[in-house]
Design a protein around this ligand. Structure first.
Ligand code: NA7
Length: 553
C-alpha cells in the first residue's frame, strides 16, 4: 500500500486510531498546527467503516451534500456527488480523494490493529502497542474508531459447522459475490438487511429472509443530483456551511411543522404524511409533526400510515402482516430503502418470522428452524453492530492506576463520560463521536468536524499554556451523564430496545449511549466548557511537575 510508512520515530504528540472520517481530519488539523501525529488503521486503505462495509446496495442514509467535510471550501468544491444518497463506493472514493488531496497517507500505518493503549502516569504519556509488534508513545491518544464498526456476530448454535459461503454485511469481501442460481439466506432486517435484500432477490435463485423484528422503512426516493442545485450550493458555500454547522442537526434542514399530529384531522394528516413519504428519506419523521417523538398518540398516527403503506404495497396479506412493526416509529433508527417492501411480491422470496418459527441451529447445509431445515448456499448475516462502546472496548485501554475503560464503565452498566469526548481517569485521551455525544443522531461527518475542531483547539491550548495533562473530573462526568439522561427522557421511546441503548447485544447492559439534546445544544455546551477555561477538566501545568516532563512538541 503506497504511503504505508513505518515512521522510525516512536514518540508522537498524538496517536490516532482509525483512518475514517474522524482520523483523517484529526490527522490533517494536527499536522497543520505543527503537531507530530501517527494514525494506525486496521484496513489496508483509508475509509473506516466505508472501507469494510461494502455489501451490494449499501447507501448512506444522510444526503450526500452534507455527508462530507465542510472545513475547506476548496476541498468541498473539488468533489461532486452524483446522487441524493451516496452509495458506498462513492463515499470510499471521496475519502480517497481527501487522503490524496491532503497528502495524508504518509502519516498512516495501514494493516495495523491497535491492541492496547496504557497511560504511563510517571511520564504522562500513552504507550500504544499494535498486534503487529509496534510500540509507540504519545502525549495524546485519540480514538476515531467509529460508532458502528464492531460487528455483532450472532452466536447461533452450529454456525461454525456451516459448509456454505457466509458473510457479515459489515465485513463484506473485496470481490463481487455471485448469487446467480444460488439459494441465499439473510438473517437480520435492520438497515443493512433492508438494503441488501432487494439486490440479492434480483440476483439469486431463491432468497429466504429470517426476520426477528420487522423494522419501519421509508422510501429513499434516491435520484441523480441536478447540476444546477449543486452549483447553487457551491456559489453560496459560506451560507451553506454556516447553516449546516450552526443551525441544523448537521444537515437535516427540514424543520418540523409547528403543530401536533393530533391538531389535524385524519384527512389532513394523511395528506401531510403522503407528502413527506413521497419526498423520501427521514424527512417523514423530522419534517412532519413536531410531537412524533414526544407523544405516543401522535407517534401512533405516523406508525399507522406506514402500516397502511405496507398493506398497500405487499400483495400477500399474510406476508404484509409479518412486515408490520409493533413498536413506536423512530424508536429504532429509521431505515430508508429502495424497493424493500416490493421485494416481497417476488415469487423467489420467502419471509420467515423467527419469533414464531424460531431458528434452532445452523447446520452444514443451512438454517434449521422449529418447522424445517432451509438449504442455503450463501448465508448473509445482517445482524448489525455492538454500537458506540463496542469498538472502544475491543481495545485494551487503561488509564490511571491501570484501570481499564471496561472496568470504569463496568462493561457499560455504569457508562459515564464527559461530553462523550473524555473520561475521568483517562488523561489526554479523546474519543471522537464517543458514547454520550450526538454521534449518530444526525450527519456524522459534520458532528466529527465539531469534535475534531474542539480537540484541536484544546491541544493548542495545552501547548500554549504549558499544560502536560488534561483530565475530565468525576463531578463533570456525573453532571454530563445526568444531563444526557434528562434530554433523552423527553423522547418517550428513548429506552426502547435498539442498538441506541445496547439492547441488541446479548448481555450488554442497557444505557443511554447517544446524546439526544441535539447538535446545536451540544455545540453550545462544548463551547461553554472552553469559554470557562476548560470547565470540568483538571489541568496539570508543567511547572507543577517535579519531573519537568517535556511538552507537546
Ligand atoms: P441493526 O439495525 O442492528 O439490525 C440488525 C438486525 O439483525 C435486526 O433485524 C436484528 O433483529 C437482527 N439480529 C441481530 N442478531 C440476531 C440474531 N442472533 N438472530 C436473528 N436476528 C438477529 O444493524 P444494521 O447493520 O442493519 O444497521 C445498523 C445501522 O447501520 C443502521 O441503523 C444505520 O445507521 C447504519 P432485532 O431487531 O434485534 O430483533
Amino acid at each position: 500500500m503506497t504511503g504505508n510508512v513505518k515512521d522510525s520515530s516512536i514518540d508522537f504528540d498524538a496517536v490516532i486510531i482509525g483512518a475514517g472520517f474522524s482520523g483523517l481530519y484529526m490527522l490533517h488539523i494536527l499536522r497543520e498546527a505543527g503537531f507530530t501525529s501517527r494514525v494506525f488503521e486496521a484496513g489496508e486503505n483509508v475509509g473506516g467503516v466505508w472501507y469494510w462495509n461494502r455489501y451490494p446496495g449499501l447507501r448512506c442514509d444522510s444526503e450526500s451534500i452534507y455527508f462530507n467535510y465542510t472545513f475547506s471550501e476548496k476541498l468541498y468544491k473539488g468533489w461532486t456527488w452524483s446522487s441524493r444518497y451516496p452509495e458506498q463506493p462513492e463515499i470510499l472514493s471521496y475519502l480517497n480523494y481527501v487522503a490524496d488531496t491532503l497528502d495524508l497517507r504518509k502519516d498512516i500505518t495501514f494493516n495495523t490493529w491497535v491492541e492496547s493503549a496504557h497511560y504511563d502516569e510517571e511520564n504522562n504519556k500513552w504507550v500504544i502497542k499494535t498486534k503487529e509488534g509496534e510500540c509507540v508513545t504519545a502525549r495524546l491518544f485519540i480514538t476515531g474508531v467509529g460508532c458502528l464498526s464492531a460487528a455483532n456476530i450472532p452466536t447461533i448454535k452450529g454456525i461454525e459447522s456451516y459448509d456454505g459461503e457466509i458473510y457479515h454485511t459489515s465485513r463484506w469481501p473485496h470481490k463481487q459475490i455471485d448469487f446467480k442460481g444460488k439459494r441465499v439466506g439473510v438473517i437480520g432486517t435492520g438497515s443493512s438487511g433492508i438494503q441488501v435484500i432487494p439486490i440479492i432477490a434480483q440476483e439469486s435463485k431463491h432468497l429466504t429472509v429470517f426476520q426477528r423484528t420487522p423494522q419501519y422503512t421509508l422510501p429513499a426516493n434516491n435520484h441523480l443530483l441536478d447540476p444546477e442545485y449543486l452549483q447553487n450550493i457551491m456559489d453560496n458555500f459560506e451560507n451553506f456551511r454556516n447553516e449546516v454547522r450552526h443551525k441544523t442537526n448537521g444537515g437535516f434542514i427540514t424543520k418540523p411543522l409547528n403543530r401536533s399530529a393530533l391538531e389535524d384531522t385524519p384527512e389532513q394528516r394523511e395528506r401531510i404524511y403522503e407528502n413527506y413519504w413521497n419526498k423520501g428519506g427521514p424527512h417523514f419523521l423530522s419534517g412532519s409533526y413536531n410531537d412524533l417523538s414526544t407523544n405516543p398518540e401522535a407517534n401512533e398516527t405516523a406508525a399507522e400510515f406506514v402500516k397502511n403503506k405496507i398493506l398497500e404495497i405487499v400483495k400477500d396479506h399474510k406476508i404484509a402482516e409479518k412486515l408490520i412493526p409493533t413498536f413506536p416509529i423512530g424508536a429504532k433508527r429509521i431505515v430508508i430503502d429502495t424497493g424493500y417492501y416490493e421485494t416481497y411480491n417476488r415469487v423467489n422470496v420467502s419471509l420467515i418470522d423467527t419469533k414464531k418459527e424460531q431458528i434452532i441451529e445452523i447446520t452444514p447445509k443451512g438454517v434449521s428452524t422449529t418447522e424445517r431445515e432451509y438449504e442455503i448456499d450463501v448465508l448473509v448475516l445482517a445482524t448489525g453492530y455492538d454500537a458506540m462502546t463496542g469498538p472502544l472496548l475491543k481495545i485494551d485501554i487503561r488509564g490511571k492506576s491501570d484501570i481499564s475503560l471496561k472496568e470504569k464503565w463496568d462493561g457499560g452498566a455504569n457508562l459515564k463520560t464527559y461530553l462523550g469526548l473524555a473520561n475521568s481517569g483517562f488523561p489526554n485521551m479523546f474519543t471522537i463521536t464517543g458514547p454520550q455525544s450526538p454521534s449518530v443522531l444526525g450527519t456524522v461527518p459534520i458532528f466529527i468536524e465539531q469534535h475534531v475542531e474542539w480537540i484541536a483547539e484544546c491541544i493548542n491550548f495545552l501547548r500554549e499554556n504549558e499544560i502536560v495533562e488534561i483530565e475530565a473530573t468525576k463531578e463533570a462526568e456525573e453532571v454530563w451523564s445526568k444531563h444526557a439522561h434528562e434530554v433523552a427522557s423527553k423522547f418517550f421511546y428513548a429506552e426502547h430496545d435498539s442498538w441506541y441503548t445496547g439492547a441488541n447485544i446479548e448481555g450488554k447492559p442497557k444505557g443511554i449511549l447517544v446524546y439526544r439534546g441535539g447538535f446545536q445544544l451540544y455545540r453550545k455546551k462544548c463551547d461553554e466548557v472552553v469559554n470557562n477555561g476548560y470547565e470540568g477538566f483538571q489541568l496539570t501545568y508543567r511547572k507543577n511537575l517535579s519531573n519537568n516532563n517535556s511538552l507537546i512538541h
